[in-house]
Design a protein around this ligand. Structure first.
Ligand SMILES: [Zn+2]
Length: 51
C-alpha cells in the first residue's frame, strides 16, 4: 500500500492517461454496471495500467 504508486487509467481511443482518482467520468452500462468514461472523447474503452 504505497501512496506514490497510483494506478493509472488509459483511454484506448485517444491515448489519454491520468491517475485513477483524476477527472475521469462515469457511465452506467446496462449489464456491466458503472464504467469509467474518458472526459475528452467520451469513450468507455478505458483500461487500468498497473505498475
Ligand atoms: Zn479518450
Amino acid at each position: 500500500m504505497s501512496e506514490t504508486q497510483q494506478a493509472q487509467l488509459r483511454c484506448l481511443e485517444c491515448g489519454r492517461t491520468a491517475p485513477r482518482n483524476g477527472d475521469w467520468g462515469e457511465a452506467t452500462h446496462p449489464t456491466l454496471g458503472t464504467m469509467t468514461q474518458c472526459p475528452e472523447c467520451g469513450s468507455t474503452n478505458v483500461q487500468s495500467r498497473q505498475p
